[in-house]
Ligand binder design. Structure first.
Ligand code: NCD
Ligand code: ZN
Length: 344
């Protein structure tokens, strides 16, 4: 197969930051994706509907005039968010709330310290049909970094599902066989997003020939058995798994640093990477479900009408992009990719 046309995809998990940075990253997503779920973990997190609507306007201002793009906005759960905010959020088109266990990842310090603190909020979300997006890692320092996702399932996700059976939950950027199996064991109300990098790489990438900070993200890459389990789920056609790049831009100077920031910047190359991952296992015919159909079905939104063409033609990934006063390096910078993507 040398090309494949699919319904235009959406990115169900994306970081675009704010201010001048938007000008660099928003066009990279908008050139391929119709919509994206915008993560609220700014330095000052997006905790109210009013903040989310203002942020949405700033994002829309960064969309080049020849592109169309719809940011799907989310709010950041804190211990102090008000249950009454949920009705306001729903009425203003907010699609979901994001749960960051406090301290789990970039800008999560104001996240939730104990799930019981937000039970009244979860009750309201369930009532109004707002989705819960979870960063599924425990923060207990006694738990090995590589085990934090699996432990999260038993300690937090399973009790949460028991207490809120009507709440739609997305287990974001899953990285382990345990998470895949858990999602598969649940018939309705639970889905998972998968990043391109977790489908293509295992944890060896972080250490190949020296410490490589551009491969460092959270949840951290896992061993090969997990990658294979995730790839199986993504390419199986199972409606519970869909695309979320978790593209997470950081200044190159903060990635190439003694305490490197977590996050892989994949937005410009994401569709090439997913196509390569699916192609490698002979499952390109499942890419449309994963990238374009399963996500809208879970969120209760219509499919897109435009088409994206994936072509098997090599291209070189740009080395870096201007980013604020510094630069931004995409994952696989300078390397050659096998697939190219273009809206038709
Ligand atoms: C994300 C970021 O930089 O905002 N980083 C990452 O490694 N994925 C936060 C997150 O999604 O955990
Ligand atoms: Zn993320």
């Amino acid at each position: 197969m040398d090309h494949l046309d699919i319904t235009q995809p959406d990115d169900w998990h994306l970081h675009v930051r704010d201010g001048d940075f938007l000008k660099t990253v928003v066009p990279h997503t908008a050139q391929h994706f119709a919509r994206a779920v915008i993560m609220p973990n700014l330095k000052e997190p997006i905790t109210t509907t009013q903040m989310a609507l203002a942020y949405k306007e700033r994002i829309l201002k960064s969309v080049p005039s020849h592109m169309t793009f719809e940011p799907l906005m989310t709010l950041y759960l804190t211990d102090h968010i008000k249950p009454s905010e949920m009705a306001v959020a729903k009425a203003n088109g907010i699609v979901a709330l994001k749960l960051y266990p406090a301290g789990a990842t970039t800008n999560s310090d104001l996240g939730v310290t104990k799930l019981s603190h937000i039970y009244p909020v979860l009750e309201e979300m369930q009532k109004h049909g707002l989705l819960l997006l979870v960063h599924g890692e425990v923060t207990d320092p006694a738990i090995d970094v590589f085990d934090r996702e699996a432990v999260f399932i038993d300690r937090q996700l399973a009790p949460l599902r028991r207490d809120f059976p009507g709440l739609k939950i997305v287990f974001e950027h899953i990285t382990t066989q345990e998470a895949r199996d858990y999602v598969k064991s649940v018939d309705s109300g639970l889905a998972a997003t998968l990043t391109a990098h977790h489908l293509l790489l295992n944890r060896n990438a972080i250490f190949k020939g020296g410490l490589r900070p551009h491969y460092y993200c959270l949840p951290v890459l896992k061993r090969e058995t997990h990658r294979l389990a995730l790839l199986e789920a993504a390419t199986s056609g199972d409606a519970r798994f869909f695309l979320g790049t978790d593209s997470a831009p950081h200044l190159a100077s903060l990635k190439e640093h003694a305490s490197a920031c977590a996050g892989c910047y994949t937005a410009p190359v994401a569709m090439s990477l997913y196509a390569s991952a699916f192609d490698a296992v002979g499952q390109l015919d499942q890419l449309e479900r994963f990238a374009s159909l399963n996500g809208p079905a879970f969120y209760g939104l219509p499919n897109n009408s435009a088409q994206l063409r994936l072509t098997k033609s090599t291209h070189q990934v740009q080395a870096a992009y201007p980013y604020g006063l510094g630069e931004l390096k995409p994952l696989f910078a300078g390397e050659t990719l096998e697939w190219s993507a273009q809206l038709i």
